[in-house]
Design a protein around this ligand. Structure first.
Ligand code: FAD
Length: 327
């Protein structure tokens, strides 16, 4: 039976949480279309150890391709294996996470298959037998509904939007033949050097405290570091472009149109005005808390909770309360 293909991304020998989100979304489509979920995991040796867990979130079958060459991402290698898999097994839709890897891989797969591609989807539905994807356009100013009439529909899903939910299926693990010639790879990743490895990445954190020009100085970001620390390892510090351009914070922390797109459970915008380019990167956060001394700041239009006042007074008190709450 042609299923819904779900790409399960791995990193450092582990299946990433975002893969559970992709499988959960695939399950919902499969249920609507009366089909199965086929998850594919690619990685170095040993990656199959935890593959069966994808059954908990809805995979009927998990295909594991283990090869030394797949210990790190290979655009050519992964694309070839996935395209071969889809051509062999067939599928109505192929879902990928809209992570750096997924955003590189999914369009390659679509191009090789000669089908269309919808990126960064925030909702999926089935209408009249067609898969309909919702995706933000024009920096999040509108949500377009894209009907995918060709097959398979190749889609990437915005992380942290399709939350994993338990929906136990067989999770039957099968080995996938990945015996391809690495000499054909245009490029091979030999080593990945993670920057600031001890810090949680804004793209992955369930809580983000972002600071803007209103912080007044790079030193004042200590107030945000303290608040992030009070959340106990679940929180990353983000930044607006204004402070990144000023050299106060690294570009890796920038949220927005020319930075990262994030969808955490909780997003604090502190001393950030809420320019459309910033909103483009964070407006799908589950809960948005804005702290700004200007009651007319546009950020309050998207905030679930707004605090009008001086961040220098508010942040220490908030940090104290979070510490008590987390104790
Ligand atoms: P400001 O707009 O200067 O806002 C500072 C805010 O702090 C104000 O609202 C002020 O009221 C408040 N404030 C000041 N002091 C205090 C205080 N003591 N207590 C509380 N509040 C205080 N921006 C991004 O963020 N991400 C992007 O990816 C991005 N991409 C862009 C791409 C393009 C092509 C362009 C043209 C722009 C882009 N921008 C991006 C820039 C964007 O337009 C804004 O200039 C930027 O977001 C403003 O940053 P800010 O909110 O930190 O600063």
């Amino acid at each position: 039976m042609p299923g819904i293909f779900a790409f399960a991304e791995t990193r450092d020998g582990e299946i990433r949480k975002v893969s559970q989100e992709v499988v959960t979304a695939a399950r919902k489509l499969a249920d609507a279309l009366g089909s199965e979920v086929h998850a594919v995991v690619l990685g170095g040796s040993g990656i199959g150890g935890s593959a069966a867990e994808l059954g908990r979130v809805g995979a009927d079958k998990v295909f594991v391709g283990e090869a030394e060459a797949f210990g790190t991402y290979s655009a050519e290698g992964y694309t070839t294996v996935i395209v071969n898999f889809i051509q062999q097994h067939g599928c109505d839709a192929a879902l990928f996470p809209a992570t750096s890897m997924g955003k590189d891989l999914a369009p390659r797969v679509a191009a090789r298959l000669g089908v269309g591609y919808a990126s960064d989807c925030t909702a999926l539905d089935v209408q009249g037998g067609d898969i309909v994807a919702t995706r933000p356009e024009y920096a999040g100013k509108l949500n377009a509904q894209v009907a995918c009439t060709g097959k398979p529909a190749v889609l990437s899903l915005r992380p942290n939007v399709f939350l994993p939910s338990d929906n136990a299926k067989a999770g039957e693990v099968q080995a996938l033949d990945v015996s391809i010639n690495t000499a054909d790879f245009g490029a091979i990743v030999r080593e990945i050097k993670a920057g600031a490895a001890e810090k949680l990445d804004v793209g992955e954190a369930p809580i983000i405290v972002s600071g803007g020009r209103g912080l007044g100085s790079p030193e004042n970001f200590k107030l945000l570091d303290d608040l992030a620390a009070a959340f106990g390892g679940k929180c990353a510090v983000g930044a607006s472009r204004a402070v990144v351009d000023a050299g106060w914070r690294p570009h890796a922390e920038q949220v927005g149109q020319t930075g990262k797109t994030v969808s955490p459970t909780l997003y604090f915008a502190v001393g950030i005005s809420g320019a459309v380019q910033h909103l483009a990167g964070m407006r799908t956060s589950r809960y948005i808390v804005a702290i700004n001394k200007d009651p007319e700041a546009p950020i309050f239009k998207v905030a679930d909770y707004g605090i009008v006042g001086d961040l220098n007074e508010i942040l220490p008190r908030m940090t104290e309360e979070v510490r008590k709450m987390m104790a």
